[in-house]
Design a protein around this ligand. Structure first.
Ligand code: SF4
Length: 239
């Protein structure tokens, strides 16, 4: 059977988040997500679309793996981000595609589908960008699920970028909990970075003085890389 996937769009842009911010990337946005974050800025990706938008082209969904590999191989940049939606809902498609694509693979995941973390992915993916969804933003506690996910990443060969988006509603305990999760991972695998990302709404960055002080305090006590970076693509009005 030919492997196929529903993809909402394929485009090139500048990475606007995390530790690779500013680099040119190819983005592949898969359709569908297993979460419904209230602040989601890609709600259109929750559903399957009839077409995959690729520049001026509209490709009929689902896209075959051969067509997908042909498209990606024709694009210039070296970094390929699988995003969504939740890309790990298409983990088998990704596994097969990246065997034949010569690019640095970046997976942007909501950090919940730990059963999808196969040894093929753990060996081949260069960067895992994993969100920790905070209860103050999604009104649900996913900490245990995230801990399960991260435990399954410990044997990865790439690098883990843990990203926590926080708002002015976020409690101090949540920020410390994120720090603890990253620290526990670091004790087993040192290839981890932690990004605190203040919520950006209508181009405005939401961050309180108290939160800034807490993050600064966390930074003082750490021995791995922790950064505070807003979403750059929103400030620059990039896709
Ligand atoms: S996990 Fe990402 S794509 Fe899914 S609802 Fe949350 S923000 Fe949107």
């Amino acid at each position: 059977m030919i492997m196929k996937a529903y993809i909402n769009e394929i485009f090139t842009s500048i990475q606007g988040e995390g530790s690779l911010v500013g680099l040119p990337f190819i983005f592949v946005r898969f359709a569908e997500c297993n979460l419904r974050c209230p602040y989601c800025d890609t709600k259109f990706s929750w559903e399957r679309s009839e077409f995959c938008y690729f520049g001026e082209e509209q490709l009929e969904n689902p896209i075959s793996i051969d067509k997908f590999i042909e498209i990606i191989s024709s694009l210039p940049f070296n970094y390929l981000s699988f995003t969504g939606g939740e890309p790990l809902l298409n983990s088998e498609f990704i596994e097969e595609a990246i065997e034949k694509i010569d690019k640095k693979i970046f997976i942007e995941t909501n950090g919940t589908l730990y059963e999808k973390l196969s040894s093929k992915l753990l060996d081949r993916v260069s960067f895992w960008s994993m969100d920790i969804k905070l209860p103050s933003l999604i009104k649900e506690d996913l900490f245990d699920t995230h801990i399960n996910f991260i435990n399954n990443l410990k044997k990865m060969k790439g690098e883990l970028i843990i990203k926590a988006i926080f708002s002015t509603e976020t409690e101090e305990e949540e920020l410390f909990k994120v720090y603890k999760i990253a620290t526990d991972f670091y004790k087993v695998n040192e290839r981890v970075k932690l990004i605190f990302q203040p919520f950006t709404q209508n181009g405005e960055i939401k961050l309180s003085k108290k939160q800034l002080d807490i993050i600064y305090l966390i930074m003082k006590s750490q021995n791995f890389e922790i950064r505070l970076i807003p979403q750059i693509h929103k400030i620059l009005s990039l896709p």
